[in-house]
Design a protein around this ligand. Structure first.
Ligand SMILES: CC(C)(COP(=O)(O)OP(=O)(O)OC[C@H]1O[C@@H](n2cnc3c(N)ncnc32)[C@H](O)[C@@H]1OP(=O)(O)O)[C@@H](O)C(=O)NCCC(=O)NCCS
Length: 349
């Protein structure tokens, strides 16, 4: 695990040098102050004890140790002062923090901001304090050039503050124990489409076992799509094709001769592709033909690629055919050796 960022040697902020030129969305604004709140600002070092007590007060008894997490985050060498408070009558009534985390992209580790924890004094809840400190933190993160702010939390709450699920944008959860809907982010102006990959939390969160939920298997975890199985008259042939196309380990011929189903697992833990022997299988007609009795496509693989032309070249070299009909510029429809259509698609942002 990285200890102090990577390309980012700038501890004072979330590394403004990482800000790419493209401005893709409007920066969030610091919201108006809620009634009774005098200011929202950067926390002073002498307010740490008050902030720790507030975190414990807000989270207990449901969650223990959040105050200690705040104290350890601020004691960490990577802490760059990004702790924010809402103050009313000289007392801290709301608090949140940004910590430096990373996205393990194809090219390099990229710094991203992680918002955690967020606490509002019980007497001040439902009065806009949470919204105000989060808005303040988002504005500071945007100024620092961070591509986004990730967090794990209740979507019913954070969606009201502009957060959306992060996985559709190509960010992977640092732990499968974070339910997918809870893994959210706000995309900031510095974001670019290539910024995809697994989010890596700093080790303080792991030391506190403060990542995801233990023992809470929600419906999303108890029903998990693991595999797409494709039928084949020639099982070894189609296994070899998908092994080459997707760069997955192909079992020895002897193993394939003895079975009617072979799974090609994804080393990164994604969805497996499997092949099942179907001796009577007929090729599908794609696009759907007018002829009665012709089997049209019922399911197909969508395969995201970085470079469409290179991916097509690779697929053809593996034994695919390019379909005659190509309905979209950013997609190439190919046919595998058994005639199953599959799409290579490139994310154009
Ligand atoms: C969750 C918490 C931070 C919310 O802070 P808050 O100051 O009460 O929130 P706000 O008043 O800014 O609320 C913003 C919006 O969210 C809504 N909201 C507040 N609490 C909510 C909740 N628990 N669930 C869903 N929506 C909620 C508010 O109605 C408001 O909506 P609106 O502006 O669209 O009408 C606060 O209740 C708290 O500290 N809880 C204990 C610690 C905790 O759970 N922290 C979050 C961990 S991920």
């Amino acid at each position: 695990m990285p200890s102090d960022g990577t390309s980012d040697a700038v501890p004072a902020e979330l590394d403004p040098s990482e800000s790419p030129a493209g401005m893709r969305s409007a920066p969030p604004h610091t919201p108006d102050l809620p009634d009774g709140v005098d200011e929202v600002r950067v926390q002073r070092p002498d307010e740490l004890a008050e902030v720790v007590a507030l975190a414990d007060l807000a989270f207990l008894p449901e969650e223990e140790g959040i105050g200690a997490l705040v104290a350890d985050l601020q004691a960490d060498p990577a802490f760059s002062g990004q702790s924010y408070v809402a103050v009313a009558d000289g007392r801290v009534v709301g608090h949140t923090m940004l910590t430096r985390a990373w996205v393990d992209t194809e090219d390099r580790l990229l710094t991203i901001a992680l918002l955690s924890p967020l606490a509002v004094h019980p007497d001040w809840q439902r009065r806009g304090v949470g919204r105000a400190v989060v808005g303040y933190a988002l504005a500071r993160a945007a100024e620092s050039g961070a591509p986004g702010v990730v967090l794990e939390g209740d979507p019913a709450y954070y969606s009201r503050l502009g957060f959306e699920p992060a996985e559709p944008w190509g960010l992977q959860r640092p732990s499968v124990r974070i339910p997918a809907p809870a893994f959210q982010w706000v995309r900031l102006p510095a974001h670019e489409p290539w910024m995809r990959g697994r989010v890596v939390y700093p080790d303080v969160f792991w030391r506190h076992d403060a990542v995801g939920l233990r023992g809470h298997r929600g419906p999303g975890r108890s029903l998990e799509v693991t595999t797409v199985t494709l039928g084949a008259r020639d099982l070894p042939g189609l296994v070899r094709f998908y092994g080459a196309l997707l760069e997955r380990r192909v079992p020895p011929d002897a193993a394939m001769a003895e079975t009617d189903w072979i799974g090609l697992g994804d080393p990164d833990g994604g969805i497996s592709v499997a092949v099942q022997l179907e001796p009577e299988q007929e090729r599908v007609t794609w696009p759907a033909g007018a002829g009665a009795g012709e089997q049209h496509m019922q399911v197909h693989l969508e395969i995201r690629v970085d470079d469409l032309d290179r991916a097509v070249e690779h697929a053809l070299a593996c034994g695919a055919e390019l379909a005659a009909h190509q309905p979209q510029d950013d997609v190439r429809v190919c046919l595998d050796p058994e005639g199953h259509p599959f799409c290579l698609w490139v994310d154009t942002g």
